[in-house]
Design a protein around this ligand. Structure first.
Ligand code: ATR
Length: 291
């Protein structure tokens, strides 16, 4: 075994179920790099000490997850513009003791959309208004959707998001519940729907945020950010209707690839994405039964 030269981590709490070590270790295997990637549970009160250790010790970089994505910002030396604007960091690079922050959730979301055949314009509908919806809006800011409609069970949160992004995006409907709107009509004119709610996530895999699948038009792209299962009920329904689908796994892999591009300072080819996809699908046994 070659000596491990570069050490990377994911920090958060909880962090036990993170797929990141599997993804990043597989990238090192593909490129035959002597790097390691491990998870460490860091509680809120431990963050400052971890940062001090990171500067002193030979830690080349780390990913950041809940609950540290916002609180880490003032502890870093420099934060890339988009991550700063967005107010959240999920990737940190250590360059000779100086810590640089990035947000590859946004880059990953953008990569996932770019790889799809979504026309990068037209009306967009987003379900949910949490952190994942914020990443989606930040990613959409670099495309040219004609409008964005936000549906969330707590409409005040959707309005806050609208205020945050109104300089970059045109907003249309901001509402509480898809059921109170003529969703069928809205979707027939929509090019992209993004589900950022956890509805349909394991173990409640039978649920879908669009309960009547007949309203899904065939010429729409449906992006479900739920990472597990890979093929949610929403995605299976959408595929049956003839729509294009993007799985949450695509975003998860894309954000990991984007983090490696920052750490390794090299472009990672699409072929690597495909290898990672196959590896995760094989590991989790989540093959998609085509009808
Ligand atoms: P994240 O930060 O990862 O996006 P989150 O904030 O816990 O996750 O949830 C994302 C969104 O899904 C939230 O806007 C949440 O609605 P609230 O703002 O009302 O909390 C929404 N959400 C969570 N569970 C839901 C459910 N069962 N049905 C509909 N929306 C739900």
């Amino acid at each position: 075994m070659p000596e491990i030269k570069k050490k990377y981590y994911i920090i958060g709490n909880p962090v036990e179920h993170s797929l990141s070590p599997t993804l990043h270790s597989y990238i090192y295997k593909i490129f035959n790099l002597s790097c390691s990637y491990h998870k460490i549970r860091i509680k809120k009160a431990e963050l400052k000490d971890f940062i001090i250790t990171c500067r002193l010790k030979n830690i080349s970089g780390f990913n950041v997850t809940i609950p540290h994505k916002e609180t880490i910002i003032p502890l870093l030396d420099k934060v890339e513009d988009e991550a700063k604007l967005f107010g959240a960091v999920n990737t940190v690079k250590n360059e000779k003791g100086k810590l640089y922050g990035y947000n590859t959730d946004i880059i990953g979301c953008r990569y996932a959309l770019k790889r799809s055949s979504w026309q990068q314009s037209g009306k967009v509908v987003i379900l949910g208004a949490g952190g994942a919806a914020r990443s989606a809006l930040a990613a959409l800011s670099s495309f040219t959707p004609s409008s964005v409609s936000l549906f969330n069970r707590t409409p005040e949160k959707a309005r806050l998001l609208k205020d945050q992004f109104s300089d970059h995006l045109n907003f249309d409907i901001i509402a509480e519940n898809v059921k109170f709107h003529n969703m069928e009509n809205l979707l027939s004119n929509t090019t992209l729907l993004i589900n950022t709610t956890p509805v349909g996530m394991w173990p409640e895999t039978q649920n879908s945020p669009i309960s009547d699948s007949k309203i899904i038009p065939e010429n729409i792209t449906i992006f479900d950010m739920v990472p597990n299962p890979v093929y949610t009920t929403l995605l299976k329904d959408a595929e049956k209707r003839g729509a294009e689908i993007i799985s949450g796994l695509s975003m998860l892999i894309s954000q990991a690839v984007a983090a490696q591009e920052i750490w390794l300072e090299r472009k990672i080819p699409l072929e690597t994405f495909n290898k990672l996809w196959t590896h995760i699908i094989e590991m989790s046994g989540q093959y998609h039964e085509h009808d």
